[in-house]
Design a binder for this molecule. Structure first.
Ligand code: BTN
Length: 247
């Protein structure tokens, strides 16, 4: 299924580069870079991408089923990343909805990596999407000092494997998962996601378009939304920022 595997020395962003290419082949196009000069996170945040330090990887692929909800794709990618980390001995890695790879540290979540899905669209029919994955492996102090949220690198947990092994572990799970997601949707991944969900059962605060909501996270809805118990009721969030509430 892999049409191309490329490793670049330096790019603005592996995701931006794949989005610029008008590639319509059926297989996946995998692009890694040793550094990014304009690495991007969600919500327009910069993504620290110093040379030869971490993993910066994007995969472009056509989804024949169309992507009614890109959100499901980032959840599937998250499962692939966390399972690769567990297989390499980093059993503390968890998923924080919608797209963070985190480690819980004394009630605080520190970000180990993130996933950014772009392209596609909200309509049915074939769509091309780019899944970007950033994973902190050995963040140099200077680059780390500029990060404006709690973060962590693999090095802080254990001796990290070579980045090529991390990339291989992620891709070995991600590429077949993308094929399956295209055919079967999110359903086959819900149980795996639940096994790595750091929020389920926790007191959370959701910052959504219509304000702040305090409740208990209940896991994923079938479409990938976050279920939260609010007072007597339950609500599904399709977008928003979530934090753990200290109780
Ligand atoms: C986030 O958590 O905000 C998402 C971070 C995604 C970072 C990766 S690194 C490879 C790819 N290229 C980018 O510019 N961003 C993604």
């Amino acid at each position: 299924d892999v049409a191309a595997l490329e490793v670049a020395w330096s790019l603005d962003s592996t995701s931006s580069e794949l989005l610029r290419r008008k590639d319509h082949s059926a297989g996946a196009h995998v692009l890694l870079a040793e550094r990014q000069t304009g690495g991007r996170g969600r919500r327009g945040r910069p993504w620290a991408s110093p040379l030869a330090a971490n993993l910066y990887l994007s995969v472009a692929r056509r989804f024949d089923a169309g992507l009614a909800r890109l959100g499901g794709l980032s959840l599937v990618a998250g499962v692939a990343v966390v399972e690769a980390l567990h297989a390499l001995g980093f059993a503390q890695a968890r998923l924080k909805w919608p797209n963070d790879v985190v480690v819980a540290d004394d009630g605080r979540l520190r970000k180990l990596g993130g996933i950014l899905v772009e392209g596609g669209g909200e309509h049915a029919g074939p769509a091309r999407a780019v899944v970007g994955i950033g994973l902190n492996v050995r963040m140099p102090a200077q680059a780390g000092a500029g990060i404006d949220q709690p973060w962590l690198d693999l090095q802080a947990l254990a001796h990290p494997p070579p980045r090529s092994m991390l990339a291989a572990g992620v891709l070995a799970r991600l590429l077949p998962a993308l094929v399956r997601f295209d055919r079967e949707g999110l359903a086959p991944f819900l149980a795996q996601y639940a096994a790595h969900d750091v929020l389920a059962g926790q007191s959370v605060q959701v910052h959504s378009g219509d304000g702040l909501h305090d409740g208990i996270a209940l896991g994923l809805a079938a479409d990938g939304a976050l279920r939260v118990r609010l007072g007597q009721g339950e609500r599904c969030f399709h977008a928003g920022e979530v934090s753990l509430r200290r109780t």
